[in-house]
Design a protein around this ligand. Structure first.
Ligand code: PLP
Length: 436
């Protein structure tokens, strides 16, 4: 076990100052120019090239997968920049560099899961901190915060972050972080990142944005003043439902914060395996292409649902009826591909029918993969919330969430249509005498 990566070259131990050998690739001119050095590369191009350049040893176009847990020292204080894979790994570094480029941050650290990214970010908070969190946050984040309340005495206030006066009123001298998820899960409520970041900054608190639902392909929170971006790379960034992973990123110019999150990831032992990093890096290349189709399909499905008489409301930022449409257009590059809808009659029987009769939508948790999924938040993703907390967050039993994949919209619409058309007759529509 080595902590040299954590402590090396931090002023205070001059007797053991490390020499990092210049990486071969720095001298490997001719293999290709690093993508961040190409001025003005656009999103589609950045996704393909970020963090990757031909390997100097053999010119391999994809980065080598370095599975080694440990790295040789040349002598007592000289290595090639890596000593132990928990602390740092060349394959992981490629993914971290790619994510840093895509989000526009100063540094990233990749974690074993999205939840461990949440844990790394929460570990920035000193004892006695107060945190303000969006009321309809990811269920796992809610569970982690409730655990931190009981175990570490973290104080947490859950709020609708659209209500800026309420956020102002909730600030305490000990408020050190505001936790934003936008769009939120599962109601697709938006938070004005710039407005929250301004409030937080004036108060000396950090703004952390969980950007999982859109990815940097559609929203870059640092452009709006966020200090930290959190990802479950399990979702859109990897996009193929075959990896769990996460990432924490620090804002541009804040290299101290970047170093802190990297140190915490090493200290907590939450870093991501090189193999998983390799897969996420592979998925990243098609992020922008996937998002285009995800959104095209989602837009048609949302319009179809919006016109169905069985549906009370569709939550999707791409619909003209979304109450925060203007903010979506200002803050996002597109509406994304997550949506939820509520049935007029959300009885157990009818919800069950929809969930059971869909053929292209798999009943499963998670999101952001190329295949469409359907979920029932009250019994699945948000089951760890108390019924009171769910009610407060507006998550009813009749709410159904869809993660729209990249299938042909016509197939998904046909599937939804057959599920609606075979719905059992609502109990309220039967003659009154039978329903006492
Ligand atoms: C899935 C998810 C997480 C947790 O990520 P895992 O990879 O499942 O640990 C955190 N935040 C949001 C918004 C998510 O959707």
């Amino acid at each position: 076990m080595s902590d040299t990566h954590l402590d090396s070259n931090i002023p205070g131990n001059p007797a053991y100052h490390f020499t990092i050998l210049p990486p071969e690739r720095a001298t490997g001119a001719g293999w290709g120019q690093r993508p961040e050095l190409v001025p003005g590369a656009r999103a589609l191009t950045r996704c393909v090239h970020a963090g990757v350049q031909p390997d100097p040893a053999y010119g391999a176009v994809m980065p080598p997968l370095y599975l080694s847990s440990t790295f040789a020292f040349k002598d007592i204080c000289t290595n090639a920049g890596y000593d132990y894979t928990r602390s740092g790994n060349p394959t992981r570094a490629c993914l971290e560099e790619a994510l840093t480029i895509l989000e526009g941050g100063s540094g990233a650290t990749c974690t074993s899961t999205g939840m461990s990214a949440v844990i790394v970010a929460l570990n920035l908070l000193p004892v006695g901190s107060h945190l303000i969190c969006t009321v309809d946050c990811y269920g796992g984040t809610f569970r982690a915060l409730e655990h931190a309340k009981k175990t570490y005495g973290l104080e947490v206030t859950y709020l609708d972050l659209a209500d800026l006066d309420a956020v102002k009123a909730a600030l305490r001298p000990t408020t050190r972080m505001i936790w934003v998820e936008t769009p939120s899960n599962p109601l697709l409520r938006l938070t004005d990142i710039a407005a929250i970041a301004k409030l937080a900054k004036a108060h000396g608190a950090l703004t952390a944005v969980d950007n999982t639902f859109l990815s940097p392909g559609l929203q870059r929170p640092f452009e709006h003043g966020a200090d930290l971006v959190i990802h479950s790379t399990t979702k859109y960034l990897n996009g193929h439902s075959d990896v769990v992973g996460g990432a924490v990123l620090a804002a541009p110019g804040n290299t101290a914060l970047a170093q802190q999150i990297q140190s915490l990831n090493n200290l907590l032992g939450t870093s991501q395996s090189p193999h998983d990093c390799f897969l996420v890096l592979r998925g990243l290349k098609t992020l922008q292409v996937r998002l285009k189709q995800h959104q095209a399909t989602a837009t048609e499905v949302a319009a179809f649902l919006d016109a169905r008489p069985e549906v009370r409301v569709v939550h999707y930022p791409g619909l003209a009826s979304h109450p925060q449409r203007a903010l979506a257009e200002r803050q996002q590059d597109g509406p994304g591909a997550m949506l939820s809808f509520e049935l007029n009659d959300g009885s157990r029987e009818r919800v069950d029918h929809i969930l059971r009769s869909l053929r292209w939508f798999t009943l499963a948790e998670s999101l952001g993969g190329v295949e469409s999924l359907v979920a029932h938040p009250a019994s699945m993703t948000h089951a760890s919330m108390t019924p009171e907390a769910r009610a407060k967050a507006g998550i009813s039993d009749g709410l159904i969430r869809l993660s729209i994949g990249i299938e042909d919209p016509a197939d998904l619409i046909e599937d939804l249509r057959q599920a609606f058309e075979t719905l059992p007759v609502p109990t309220i529509a039967t003659h009154a005498g039978a329903h006492i």
